[in-house]
Design a protein around this ligand. Sequence first.
Ligand code: CTP
Ligand code: MG
Length: 233
Amino acid sequence: MRSALVVPAAGRGDRLGLGRPKALVDLAGRPLLVHALERARASGVVDVVVVVAPPDGCEVVRSALAGLDLPDLRVVEGGRERQDSVRAGLVALPDDVDVVLVHDAARCLTPPGVFTAVVAAVRAGAVAVVPVLPVSDTVKRVAGDVVVETVDRRELAAVQTPQGFAPGPLLRAHEAAAGAAPATDDAGMLEALGHPVRTVPGDDLAFKVTRPLDLVLAEAVLAGGPVPARAAR
Ligand code: CTP
Ligand code: MG
């Protein structure tokens, strides 16, 4: 059986504010999407790639990826919300996959080892797998400008991608979620159906390029050579 990677890359990048789809923004000379796919391919655990392109962006995406030599590349157009884009990508999947990874193009520096760990956890029997990191800020619940309570951060985890799934439950969760309030990640839809979601260790480098400072960080990482390992919290 093959594993498939669905890459939602259709977002507008409003918070980055560069006036173009974030996945196509330049990072050290190449689009974010290309960096993301290079690392996915280097994991050696991705057999099929479905890129979900911005509206009218399929050709731009195809030519950006032409030099990457991806095994089985499919490019489809995305939708209004991330969830719509992932669903469009799922429709393009072949039948012979036993693992589906969903990975934000915006998490463009995610190291290959995270892909490997997520695929291994799904193949070991997990229905849904998410990479997580401890939360380093103190987190409070607020109402307007008033603090309601401080949440014990030892119970919290920041969730990254790639998230990995058994294909059937993921497809059914997306069908069930259609028309509901948009979810910000895919595992949440399986949680809503009562599926257990497993965690594997995430990575600092799997941060999402969201705001301008994140792009500065990504440029610095690429310019600066090896990144020190994360210390225990
Ligand atoms: N995404 C997508 N389709 C959408 C919205 C988002 O494929 N309709 C993708 C983005 O391209 C990104 C990932 O989902 O790779 C995570 O979304 P986010 O970081 O929110 O990216 P944008 O939606 O592009 O950014 P913003 O919310 O600032 O506009
Ligand atoms: Mg968005």
